[in-house]
Write a protein that binds this ligand. Structure first.
Ligand SMILES: [Zn+2]
Length: 331
């Protein structure tokens, strides 16, 4: 297993023709440790998933402070980059300036945190980072049977609408949500020390799932109003609801498979708590008025969101090359 970031850099420059200054070299910087851990997670996951045909593969951080990520198929290589800006922003939100005990509305989460080996902030940070990465991995899997191409994640409002492109985004979101839900379950099973009951699981799942709002709202400008069949990506509201629903549903499925049937998890309760937590963070990171605008968009467009989501899912549901379908066939 190759976990040498410098080796990735030399392939990018010498074999793929990348510009040196585009690549972020984190060695020797104050955030070195965090960057290395993130690189290690992503590169290891790429190697573990080579069974999908996404090999040889390369992960790297791009030296850019914008919030963006990209999946690329070029020559024989499958490449994912995350802008340095993503790591820095999510770190700022959940690690550097995150003090759970200073948020009154989240008081009850201190007892959950005391039963885990990591801080809640660190787990929230990892959730956003891992979701970003697995979404890109989903795109790489979609690329396997296609010629060279790439997909970037920042919303392009000038792009021509394509139902196929929108459905590929939802497919990559579902793939990522399933991977994330699996991690959530594994971590809970391995490291949670407290009593396993409806409350503890509902709280654990809600606080981690609430990061979906932060992920999507960091990428896209939802303040510009609601839309359906426009732009490069579906509206973030559609993607948020779809991803949260998948994470909760899959977590419940794993519990059932593992025979944990004495604890019942109510999807609506998790949804309600996820929204309560998201409100706190949206106000904190994006401002009060943005939260109100977001809430209005949600209330006014719920039916359209559900209908359009179904349309997008049916678009890829019979496609054997969709990331979600390929994952299901590999289980
Ligand atoms: Zn995407």
């Amino acid at each position: 297993m190759n976990l040498d970031y410098n080796n990735n850099i030399s392939i990018l420059i010498n074999e793929i023709g990348w510009e040196t200054e585009e690549i972020y070299k984190f060695q020797g910087t104050p955030g070195e440790d965090e960057y290395f851990q993130s690189f290690k997670f992503c590169q290891e996951a790429l190697i573990l998933n080579k069974k999908y045909g996404i090999y040889p593969n390369i992960f790297f951080f791009r030296n850019n402070s914008k919030i963006d990520a990209k999946a690329i198929k070029k020559d024989k290589y499958y490449i994912i980059w995350l802008n340095k800006g993503i790591i820095d922003l999510f770190n700022r939100y959940f690690v550097t300036y995150f003090y759970l005990d200073e948020i009154d509305e989240l008081n009850k989460y201190s007892s959950l945190e005391s039963q885990l080996i990591d801080s809640i902030g660190k787990l929230m940070y990892q959730s956003t980072l891992h979701f970003t990465f697995y979404h890109e991995l989903g795109h790489l899997i979609q690329f396997v049977e296609k010629p060279d191409l790439s997909i970037a994640e920042s919303l392009n409002t000038k792009a021509a609408y394509s139902i196929i492109k929108h459905s590929e985004e939802i497919d990559a979101d579902l793939f990522s949500s399933i991977c994330l839900s699996t991690h959530f379950y594994q971590y809970f099973e391995d490291y949670y020390q407290g009593k396993i009951d409806e409350d503890s699981i509902t709280n654990y799942l809600s606080i981690l799932t609430s990061t979906m709002f932060i992920y999507f709202l960091s990428f896209d400008d939802y303040r510009s109003g609601f839309y359906l069949k426009e732009h490069s990506h579906p509206h973030p509201l559609i993607r948020i609801l779809s991803s949260i629903n998948t994470i909760i549903g899959y977590f419940k499925e794993i519990m059932e498979k593992k025979g944990i049937i004495s604890v019942r998890i109510e999807r609506n309760k998790v949804f309600a708590e996820t929204f309560r937590i998201a409100e706190i963070f949206i106000k904190k990171f994006f401002g009060e008025s943005n939260f109100l605008g977001f809430n209005t968009l949600l209330r006014e467009n719920l039916v359209e969101i559900k209908n359009y989501h179904s349309e997008l899912v049916s678009e890829f549901s019979s496609n054997p090359n969709s990331a979600t379908n390929r994952r299901n066939e590999n289980i």
